[in-house]
Unconditional design. Structure first.
Ligand code: 26Q
Length: 767
């Protein structure tokens, strides 16, 4: 489209839809018109991509944390700059689209990974479609009230949903024993970089099937009609805000079956429409299960294939050549286990298939060591491993842990099933779009094209030794810090001088991620500065972004604790020229896009063995940020790529953790380290006020109480952590430090999700 056509389309859409002109329209109105103009633009390409390939891959995921679509889509279409200019000529500032909601249909890492993977699939021209749930409400909006987290509804469609088409005619029926619902698909285009390939993200919305109960209407039982409706629509009503467990919730089980069934029905129907025999479906589709949440797709597939006339054994083997499974966590409580009684009651046919599968495994392995159902509990991961082709972890270390411990028995029997696919992030959103300043510098030095061939960043490495480039890097970092600082002042009312070191921890709040240890380190510097023990400490701003699951008491306690520290530190004139602390409100994808480019330090401090991969670590790295972290998840590979000497590594390794845990006594550490003791005691000595909530005491107890005392070795790793943190503080600002920043960007090529997707295509999907 040229300028004339584009502006005409936008103006026509404004007139037709909202009775408005560019002069009178509101921001959401312009947003819808611009988005729909782009949708019109891509229609032909999208349609032809749907038909083009022999084999397609379905990425089944309960979460797609896509974030804001408009900038990324226009960018990938190669028209963001032009559209920005055209709109500007007409007096419209496209950056006002920043007030459009993020689509947060995911909790964190797993959901954001799914979004990066779809974008990369389209970019490298792999026919990869996403299948998920169109939640009416996404992840809650976070607010702070006296420093306590409060949750508010996330109405992500407030400004409409111009990036989806409702495909009513492709609805399917999903049946539970007590009622049936209609799954209505909404299709979003997934536009690859360059706009040549457009794949589909199909999200299912639950509705009432058919028209409502007329008999009830006749007899004026409006309440019954309304109730039926609510029951149906409740299934896709809201995302569970939990990134580890949600035990035994019946609605969650319905959600899982709902989208698994709808997706499999859809795929089988399309296959049959092409006139292809069901036995050959494995030649035309591969399905990737994003953790265990979509595992019902397996028994559902077997059930439906049997309806097509195949015997169980044939159907089972067919499933085995269609499904693959990615594990994202070794947290025991996150491995889904469902009550078989409940499955039997709600999904009797699925229960029968699962029982048949269990009988098959018993026959194959009479020892009983491998099982799908045990003590009336279905182990969803086991179902996925047994009835799937490949199983992968998400970073090298994580995959080793899966093979050695989590799924050891399975690995012994099926070593060929297991492989690693290290996570990645899309460099379009996480470098090109969020950091246009650095991107321009990169392009100036190595030319264009790195956006879709990220290994080329390697060509930057030689510039690490070039003071001029180093300084240009540092200047851009300063600029991004200025921008973030302005934004944080506006949003949070906290001043972060850009001259300060920006030390950032941004990720879900979880004990294993050890935000508490970071908080303790702030108090460590706080007390030492006050006592004059840190004369050379370079001013540092500690920035946190995190949501806690609403029912996760200790995680919420840590948020309150950090907010209390922020209050004290920022208002203490003795230290606030050296320390600032801010917990940003409602950290989400769009906030991340502002934070990552502005960080000097990337905190990746999980207890070794706990973080499957991490993907924030990669985003920071691409933006020239050094990692302060443990040898965990993909940090290990970041060190391998950039050289360990360019990161700041501390803490117990996985092996050491194992040793330490044999007889760990956190009290001993606490009693023998007065400085640390004083810090820990601020949780209950009146230094901070948790307003009678009991949260701080509970957090303290997690370090000492009972068998699980300091489960994540906060006290054990603390000293090594502050040692390295202080070393980093000394190094900051030196020539060598800036060289490290350059080397991080230069060696980030491996962490493009393009690479990850090509790994899947080659080693898992056999494309
Ligand atoms: C399970 C049952 C019921 C309700 C919710 C859940 C649930 C939801 C989300 C369980 C787990 C999750 C999310 C897990 C997750 O985000 N894991 C992260 O995945 C990233 C991508 O692979 C990794 O980088 C992170 O290390 C890992 O923590």
């Amino acid at each position: 489209m040229n300028k004339e056509e584009w502006m005409n389309t936008v103006e026509t859409l404004l007139k037709a839809n909202d009775g408005a002109s560019l002069e009178t329209a509101t921001v959401p109105e312009v947003y819808r018109a611009v988005s729909r103009a782009a949708m019109a633009d891509i229609y032909d390409t999208w349609e032809s991509c749907k038909k083009s390939s022999k084999k397609r891959v379905g990425y089944l995921s309960a979460e797609f944390l896509v974030g804001r679509a408009v900038f990324s889509n226009l960018y990938n279409l190669g028209i963001l700059g032009e559209v920005r200019d055209w709109m500007k000529e007409r007096g419209f500032d496209i950056s006002s689209f920043e007030e459009i909601e993020d689509a947060a249909l995911g909790n964190g890492g797993l959901g954001r990974l799914a979004a990066c993977y779809l974008e990369s699939g389209a970019t490298v021209s792999i026919p990869l479609d996403g299948y998920g749930i169109r939640y009416r409400y996404g992840l809650f909006r976070q607010e702070f009230e006296n420093g306590f987290q409060r949750e508010a509804a996330d109405d992500w469609q407030r400004c409409g949903d111009p990036w989806s088409y409702r495909r009513e005619d492709e609805s399917v029926l999903v049946e539970f024993s007590d009622f049936a619902v209609r799954a209505v698909p909404y299709d979003m285009p997934v536009i690859g970089y360059g706009g040549k390939t457009i794949n589909t993200l199909r999200l299912w919305q639950s509705e009432q099937p058919g028209s409502f109960d007329f008999a009830a209407f006749d007899s004026m039982q409006i309440d019954k009609i309304a109730k039926d409706n609510v029951r149906c629509e409740s299934i896709s009503y809201a995302l569970y805000p939990n990134d580890s467990t949600e035990k035994g919730r019946i609605l969650r089980l319905r959600q899982e079956y709902f989208f698994a069934s709808a997706s499999v029905q859809d795929l089988i129907r399309k296959h049959k429409q092409k006139g292809l025999p069901i036995e050959k479906i494995n030649e035309h589709i591969s399905l990737q299960l994003n953790d265990t949440h979509p595992v019902f797709a397996i028994p559902e597939f077997i059930r439906l294939v049997m309806k097509e006339g195949l015997k169980f054994e044939k159907a089972f083997l067919l499933a085995r050549s269609v499904f693959n499974f990615t594990n994202h966590t070794i947290l025991g409580e996150a491995l889904e286990r469902l009550d078989m009684k409940r499955v039997r009651k709600l999904l009797p046919e699925i229960a029968r298939i699962l029982t048949k599968m269990q009988a098959r495994i018993e026959k194959e392995f009479p020892s009983g060591k491998l099982f799908l159902i045990k003590d009336e509990t279905v182990h969803m991961a086991n179902v996925a491993i047994y009835a799937g082709n490949k199983v992968n972890g998400v970073a090298a270390l994580h995959t080793e842990i899966l093979k050695e411990s989590t799924f050891r028995d399975w690995y012994e029997v099926y070593p060929e099933k297991f492989l690693n696919v290290t996570n990645g992030v899309t460099p379009r959103r996480w470098l090109a779009l969020c950091n246009p300043e650095l991107s321009a510098l990169i392009t100036e030095k190595i030319g264009d094209g790195w956006q879709a061939d990220l290994e080329r960043l390697k060509e930057l490495e030689k510039y690490a030794d070039d003071p001029e480039v180093r300084h240009a890097f540092a200047e851009i970092k300063y600029l991004k810090k200025q921008q973030l600082s302005e934004y944080v002042l506006k949003r949070e009312g906290v001043e972060l001088p850009p001259e300060f070191i920006f030390d950032v921890q941004a990720k879900r709040l979880h004990e294993y991620k050890r935000q508490l240890m970071n908080a303790f380190s702030i108090l460590y510097y706080y007390f030492r500065i006050k006592e004059g023990k840190e004369p050379n400490f370079k001013p540092t701003a500690f920035i946190f972004g995190a949501k806690a699951a609403p029912a996760y008491w200790n995680a919420k306690g840590v948020i309150k604790f950090i907010n209390a520290i922020a209050d004290k530190v920022n208002n203490d004139p003795e230290v606030n020229d050296k320390l600032r602390v801010v917990f940003v409100t409602d950290y989400n994808v769009s906030y991340a896009e502002k934070i990552m480019p502005a960080a000097d330090i990337s905190e990746q401090i999980s207890m070794a063995g706990m973080e499957a991969s991490g993907t924030g670590n990669m985003k920071f790295m691409l933006n020239g940020t050094v990692t302060l972290g443990t040898m965990d998840g993909a940090n290990v590979e970041i060190c391998e790529e950039a050289g360990r000497e360019n990161e700041y590594i501390f803490g117990a390794t996985v092996e050491e953790v194992k040793e330490i845990k044999k007889n760990y006594n956190p009290r001993e550490i606490y009693n023998s380290d007065p400085e640390l003791k004083r810090i820990v005691d601020t949780l209950d000595d009146g230094t901070f006020d948790d307003q009678g909530s009991g949260m701080f005491r509970s957090v303290k107890e997690s370090l000492f109480g009972g068998w699980s005392a300091d489960h994540y070795l906060v006290l054990k790793d603390f000293r090594d952590y502050v040692r390295v943190k202080s070393e980093l503080n000394r190094d900051y600002g030196s020539e060598e430090f800036f060289a490290k920043c350059v080397r991080n960007t230069a060696n980030g090529g491996k962490f493009s999700s393009d690479r990850s997707i090509l790994d899947y295509a080659k080693n898992v999907w056999n494309l």
